[in-house]
Ligand binder design. Structure first.
Ligand code: GLU
Ligand code: ZN
Length: 281
């Protein structure tokens, strides 16, 4: 059975891009007689505003979607801690006390989502007085896991190459897991068989596939969908021009009609759908 999910982070209101993402995920499950899950990803440190979860539910209902809600990430911290401890035991995580400014001062290479950590703290003695994140030693992890492939429903088989991300953070200074670790563990725990999300997270899947291999997790398929772009060709963002779903709902717009338009690829004024996020920030 196909199980998909929509996994918003409550750090701002949802916008049209989220509506599109939720609809794609919902319809893929519905059309296959499967299940569509909602998971609130509320461990984003100080940026997280769990009270937004109610707004999200109202938005999805307004769009005419039906879902099953699974427990929010904040209730699953122990499972993240267990997985991180296992990776530490395998010798694959190391503490990193660098601040963002310190890393940027080294003028690191840029990857698909920001800089690639230059490995400053790898093998270095760690000052326990400083707050530390835990990073994955990607080269060591890849050696352990061997060559890995994953399947995207649109672009086909991919060979997992997480090196372009560098040694990613798996345990944050302010939370027991980063997005990569939490989402990968939760998708497995929730029995998700088809991970649907935007093309902007395509590269992250290389890391997730590696984590699945290291932690003996089941391997789903992925469906990375097109992105909605603003009039200036940028990915729609919560902070930019487009009104939030909540604004549209409260102003009396018909959400089911909007959902139908998005399904047909008819985007409201100036917004376009793009296959690949080239040049998208
Ligand atoms: N919480 C993540 C976000 O809102 C979910 C990404 C994903 O679907 O994996 O960007
Ligand atoms: Zn460091």
């Amino acid at each position: 059975m196909i199980v998909t999910r929509f996994a918003p982070s409550p750090n701002g209101s949802l916008h049209l891009g989220h509506a599109y993402s939720a609809i794609v995920s919902h319809d893929l499950a519905r059309d296959a007689g499967g299940r569509f899950l909602l998971r609130i990803e509320d461990i984003d440190g100080a940026r997280s505003r769990p009270e937004l979860a109610d707004e999200f539910r109202a938005d999805l209902e307004w769009l005419g979607l039906e879902w099953e809600e699974v427990p929010a990430q904040s209730t699953r911290l122990a499972s993240y801690e267990r997985a991180a401890a296992r990776l530490v035991e395998m010798g694959l995580l190391y503490p990193c006390t660098c601040t963002r400014a310190e890393i940027e001062a080294l003028e690191p290479r840029m990857g698909p989502q920001g800089f690639i950590y230059p490995g400053t703290c790898k093998g270095r003695n760690w000052d326990p007085d400083k707050p530390a994140a835990m990073r994955l030693d990607v080269m060591a992890a890849m050696e352990k896991a061997g060559s890995l492939v994953w399947e995207d429903a649109i672009t086909g088989e991919q060979s997992a190459d997480p090196r372009e991300f560098g040694d990613v953070v798996l345990v944050r200074k302010d939370a027991p897991a980063s997005y990569h670790l939490a989402a990968t563990l939760d998708d497995a725990a929730d029995g998700v068989t088809l991970v649907t999300r935007g093309m902007d997270l395509f590269h992250a899947t290389h890391i997730h596939r590696l984590l699945q291999a290291l932690l003996d997790l089941p391997v789903p398929r992925w469906h990375h969908h097109d992105l909605l772009l603003d009039t200036d060709g940028q990915k729609l963002a919560k902070r930019r021009s487009s009104p939030s779903l909540a604004d549209r709902r409260i102003s009396g717009e018909d959400g089911k009609e909007l959902a139908e338009m998005l399904r047909m690829g008819q985007m409201p004024g100036g917004i376009s759908l793009s296959r690949y996020p080239h040049g998208v920030t």
